[in-house]
Design a protein around this ligand. Structure first.
Ligand SMILES: [Cu+2]
Length: 104
């Protein structure tokens, strides 16, 4: 009986350690953040237009647009998009954008 208990203990514990190892391997690479200057935002609704375009075309979820400062702070996965693509997406929908100097 004692042996069976030890055996059960071993088989119930091993999947946990395998699971932890997989989590460590699948951990995503660190995201990057850029700040852009955006022109032509004429009303507060413009920021939602820009956010939507970035979600659809670049798969971006973490976009913070400051209407008063005319800037966008964007957190992105460098393996899925790039600052150049982000700038093009915003510029193409009518809001000329450029990276702030401190990003470069
Ligand atoms: Cu607007």
């Amino acid at each position: 009986m004692k042996n069976i208990l030890i055996f059960l203990l071993l088989i119930t514990q091993s999947p946990i350690s395998i699971g932890q190892a997989e989590t460590a391997i699948k951990k995503p690479l660190k995201n990057a953040t850029v700040i852009l200057d955006i022109q032509n935002m004429t009303c507060p609704v413009c920021k939602y237009t820009i956010k939507k375009a970035l979600e659809v075309k670049n798969g971006l979820q973490q976009v913070t647009i400051n209407y008063d400062a005319k800037t966008a702070t964007i957190n992105f996965d460098p393996t899925k998009t790039s600052p150049d693509r982000i700038v093009k997406t915003i510029t193409n929908i009518g809001y000329p954008a450029k990276l702030q100097a401190k990003n470069q």
